[in-house]
Design a protein around this ligand. Sequence first.
Ligand code: SF4
Ligand code: ZN
Length: 319
Amino acid sequence: MNSTTGAASAYGISVEQEPIGHHKTRHTLTLLLRARRCPFECVFCDLWLHNHASATPVGSIPSQISDAIEQTFSRDPYRGTVPREPRWAIKLYNGGNFTDPLSVPETDWTAIADRCKPFDRVIVENHATMCGSRLLKFQEQLRPRLEVAIGLETANVDVLSRQQKKMTLSDFDRAAKFVLDHGMDLRCFTMLQLPYSDVKCSVDDSIATVQHAVGAGALFVAIIPTRHTTKAMQSLVRSGDHQPPNLRQLERALFESLRWTSEMKSDAVVIADTWDIDHVDHCSACQRHTIANIQAMNAAQRPCAISSCQSCGTEACDR
Ligand code: SF4
Ligand SMILES: [Zn+2]
């Protein structure tokens, strides 16, 4: 991910080969857009660190998208255009909610839709309680297929209720149904070991959350290890209300989730988010091997054997 600065630049622009099945990937241009800070202020969230408090100026988002497309495709081998084959997806992540008019002004939607025309799929993020008629209005303007990423975070209702997310599981289920009923695809973000989790249950919670997301119709589920980059999270670590997840838990959550999708013969893609993975808590004796195994599972979409480590006491598992 390239980090950029400046009022009208996305703060992250990257090209990914995103898994879409057994060793299959899709070219994806991911933009982390500078926009108005998300108003929800969930306890665990650090996305606001990159955003601003005031309303996003009109014209800023289309300009950030144009710049990113220009930066990405003006160089070889693209020769100035988004290739028609293979088809590309574009992620417009605004660190909040796409249908929040103060984050993405509605007057910019036509220009945004225009810039997204060469892509096959547009992926936006939105809070479950904001998936309604405004989403349909944007979809109407869009040529590519719309995929909506919703933060389910956790299916553990007690833990979810303590995140200030202002969303219940029923809100999520309603939003998932709305998205699917209107011909959009659903993607879910899930968090491994949120604050106030019971550490002994957090891997099982993570697997149950993946199962809930897939059951609700998600095509793609990301398991994200909870970060503690903000002062609020660091204070929860100090008070003992949050224990950062470790790599071996992430590996296990992915392994078991993929075992389940394989058994269910589900087409849903489940990945562990590898953004900043070097900073996830780890045992130095098995860190490299564990990251490689997580990456192998993300690509293969099959569980790959977990190896033992005498240093951290991880037991092998190859079921
Ligand atoms: S709704 Fe999403 S973007 Fe907004 S604070 Fe919560 S986790 Fe962060
Ligand atoms: Zn180890």
